[in-house]
Design a protein around this ligand. Structure first.
Ligand SMILES: *[C@@H]1O[C@H](CO)[C@@H](O)[C@H](O)[C@H]1NC(C)=O
Length: 386
């Protein structure tokens, strides 16, 4: 029995590796060089073109080694509706910066799974430009999923992006799991995962350490499920900023559950500009969060107006309703642990809180409410101001 089992697993392993090395579209066969210097963009795109053009399930393979890819847009629509990309190696970006919006992008693709791999955005020189306050080109997102459906990203590591690590835009049915995102806590605007104009997006079992939001949710995000995330350093998990421009799409049905925030600027945040443009955020569940020394564990800020330019003293046109906070516990790094600073023209409504316990050193933490209505149950520490 044991022998036949090991024979079976040998055969399975053998067929797995032979798929990768023989049947797969291996970038080495298209001239990619694992030397970290030769630009392998053309080789990657040629391998992609063959996988994408295949009439049957197709596998693209990136073996071990460092592959410098200057820029690559992997475009569909594809003939194959089941493309797998296995990455054993590291894909490295240029360390110089040219203001391209996207480094690696998948666009108009339906049915793609990416397994493993590391992508290195080489952001240091670009961050230095921004930190020095020089005029720098716009930032580059490391991995963009645009206008695509049925996408799985599993076990990917992304390090040192110039701008966002991963951006999901105009897409439906995207799952990101087992991702490891790493950039220094002081690297500017290096959001971990940004989700916008997309629905049915799931992000689970991931570790995100970065210089901006671990996960940011922009306009037009619907049916988003975020679970089992370790966040920090970073700015927390944010919905927003919303309402900077007219006619934004609303944000609806967002669940954030089982997240540990460590030393982050925010925990669970909703942020809108103090501008009159209308929009909405509704049906948001924040559940089972652990806060470890978080500056603003629970915060709704509808008066975002950096530099007080073009918005001071205006009230936000974004209507926030149906926020449910359940089982949020841990420590605040500031005395104000709960802050609902809502719009005077569109007060927050339907906020529910259950089993909240946030403490601040040896003093009493506090909560603040402005234009916010709702109800509580269970224990609420600090006492509710709803
Ligand atoms: C809300 O989103 C989840 C996925 O995150 C989905 O399973 C559920 O059906 C959605 N609820 C509604 C009412 O659309």
């Amino acid at each position: 029995m044991a022998q036949s089992l090991s024979l079976l697993s040998f055969l399975l392993l053998f067929s797995y590796y032979s798929t990768l090395t023989m049947g797969a579209y291996n970038v080495l066969n298209y001239g990619a060089e694992p030397d970290g210097q030769t630009d392998s963009a053309k080789a990657f795109l040629s391998a992609w073109a063959d996988a994408c053009g295949s009439g049957s399930p197709a596998t693209m393979y990136v073996p071990a080694g460092n592959f410098f890819v200057s820029q690559a847009v992997f475009q569909g629509p594809c003939k194959s509706s089941e493309i797998k990309m296995y990455i054993d190696g590291t894909v490295v970006a240029s360390s110089s910066y040219d203001g391209e919006a996207a480094w690696l992008m998948f666009k108009y693709v339906d049915g793609l799974s990416i397994f493993g791999g590391t992508i290195d955005g080489q952001g240091r020189a670009f961050w230095a430009c921004k930190t020095a306050g020089r005029s720098c080109p716009s930032s580059t997102t490391s991995l963009t999923i645009a206008k695509s459906n049925n996408i799985l990203i599993s076990g990917l590591s992304t390090v040192n992006s110039k701008g966002f690590h991963i951006s999901i835009f105009g897409s439906n049915g995207v799952t990101v799991q087992g991702t490891k995102i790493t950039a220094p806590g002081n690297s500017p605007n290096t959001d971990g995962i940004h989700i916008q104009m997309s629905s049915d997006v799931t992000v689970t079992s991931s570790s995100i350490k970065t210089g901006d939001d671990c996960i940011s949710i922009g306009e037009g995000a619907n049916n988003v499920w975020i679970e089992k995330i370790n966040c920090g350093p970073g700015h927390g998990i944010s919905i927003g900023s919303l309402g900077d421009t007219p006619s934004e799409s609303g944000v609806q049905n967002i669940t954030v559950t089982s997240v540990v925030f460590t030393g982050t600027q925010n925990g669970l945040r909703i942020k809108t500009w103090g501008k009159p443009y209308s929009g909405f955020v509704k049906d948001v569940k924040f559940e089972h969060a652990v806060m470890q020394n978080v500056q603003n564990p629970i915060i709704v800020d509808q008066n975002y107006c950096p530099g007080d330019v073009n918005c001071p003293d205006q009230s936000s046109g974004i209507k926030i309703s149906g926020l449910a906070y359940t089982d949020i516990q841990g420590t605040s790094a500031t005395q104000l642990a709960v802050k609902f600073d809502c719009s005077s023209s569109n007060p927050c409504s339907g906020i529910t809180m259950q089993d909240i316990k946030l403490t601040y050193q040896n003093q009493n933490a506090q909560s603040y409410c402005k234009n916010a209505g709702g109800s509580t149950s269970g224990f609420i520490i600090p006492p509710s101001c709803l």
